[in-house]
Design a protein around this ligand. Sequence first.
Ligand code: ADP
Length: 616
Amino acid sequence: MKSLKSDINLILKGLSEIKTIRGGLIALTVIKSIFTALSPFVNIYMSAAIISSLAQKQPFAKAVYLAVITVSLNLLVALITSALNHIMNIRQEEFDARYDMKLNQKSMSLDYIAVEDPKTHQLLEKINTFRSMTGGGLRRLLVSFQELITNLFTVIFSVTLTASLFTSFSSDGEGIAGFISSPWFSLILIAAIFLNIIISMYSNVTVTDKMYAIMNDFIPFNRIFEYYLSEYISSYHAGKDIRIYNQKELIKSESMALLDDAYGVIDKISRNQIKYSAMITVSTVTLSALTYLFVGLKALAGFFAVGAIVQYIGSISQFTTGFTGFVTEFAVLRSNNEALRIYFAFMELPNEMQMGSRQIHKKDMNEYEIEFRNVSFRYPGSETYALKNLNLKFHIGKRMAIVGMNGSGKTTMVKLLCRLYDPTEGEITLNGTDIKEYDYKEYMELFSVVFQDFTLFPFSLGQNVSADMEYNGQEASDCLEKAGFSERIKRMPRGLDTALYKDFEEDGIEISGGEAQKIALARALYKDAPIFILDEPTAALDPIAEYEIYSRFNEIVGDKTTIYISHRLSSCRFCDEIAVIHNGSLIQRGSHEELVADRDGKYYEMWNAQAQYYSE
Ligand code: ADP
């Protein structure tokens, strides 16, 4: 019973979530359900009235009058239903779009630590699998809720119209006539109605359960097909590989093999459905034969006018459908709760990062100093430390370099500095105060970082540079020019409005890796934060090109604080101060000349090992 209660609570919670996403949708659903349920009863009730009027030899005009009312009522209900349908369709589309937005917003506002956590990916994948396979989740809730309410009103209307049938008894008559008049006769019919309902429900539930079980076998097919279709084939970048390695045949035979197996699953689903729907049909036909007999005999015994036969038979059949539908839909809602649970688990993922409230005084950034105090860090789920007891102090206003071999912890250090992660141990301070205490948003304003794996959007060039819908065109152009993109922009058909890539715009342009780097640099310049960090966005370039870009950037930013990161020592030798990181700790520090003079140091060792690449 407790689980029923918690199931109902979850359903209510889901409904209230739907309400928050698109207000008015639930109220509209209820109104529409009432009209949908009402529609068949208009005909049942009015046909009974017309037949009774004819049977009682009332003036023909009365029957005509009733027929006109019937048609008008039908028309009215149909008009209202179609108007409601129209509004519902629009609202549902809006709901779908906002639902997606809500999931996206949540993904984007998660702590970065959760973004990289495989558990988060699994939750999102489950939400999407439920949605694509069974429409499960909030959408299913909305549809089933509508069915549930429609069925509920069908039951209410049909009980209202049949109540008089079961309460019309008399104590006259003996033998058969007496039995027909007695409450026993009614009880038999009621028992038969519920027997039919039980059979139908059993069949529906079994068919759905079995279908879900079979559907599970289908998930891998779906996932693979979806991958081929929506990711691999439709990503035009894959087009090159498909052609060069003749992957067409591979994908085709892979798909055909999958299809053979998939047919087996589809066959199972359809056999399962046929078996149980046959059971329902036999039971329903038997029940209606019994109903005809019952109502007919009662009418013969003179309990009611002949027109009421239509009303009773129609209503009983509606009752059976309504009641079965109600219970079945409720079961569907309960099984859909699994999808709701996953949805809420994702939406309620906590953000545990301390957001702080301390203001940063932006008087003169040159007065500030940043310090790593005994900082150690382990990635979630990782045994080894990426940073171990790192101590490093630097003054803003200088050109700093952080060098070290691949995997030594340089990027991790940047991620900690930019509060993508918080240290496992130790603290990072800005002017003596733990960075966690500063207002998170304000703190994030301090940094313009270009990571090695930066991403650009398939939006316009201007929007990419400004990271905004509205932007200052002149400034965006200036930044692009500084980043060395001015020649390329002259050849772009719509200048700053030109879309990157062809995902959204037909006339979008393809850009090379080097051009993408320039745009990413321009984006960092446009943000104009007090501290720039270049974390090897140039790793794909050769050492000389990287050196050129780094020193060029150095000229562009003037006396702004910049932290240059590289595993290539030559790129950073112009910096005032170079910190050498090894195995997650600071091992050396000084100017290039000082460091290279220390013959026992790591810097000297690396410098010599790399010298062959750039002996001038
Ligand atoms: P660098 O920037 O110096 O090349 P990183 O800071 O990227 O080095 O990596 C430091 C160490 O942390 C490496 O051993 C790397 O494998 C590990 N590491 C980096 N990112 C992750 C991550 N997201 N999860 C687990 N380990 C990671």
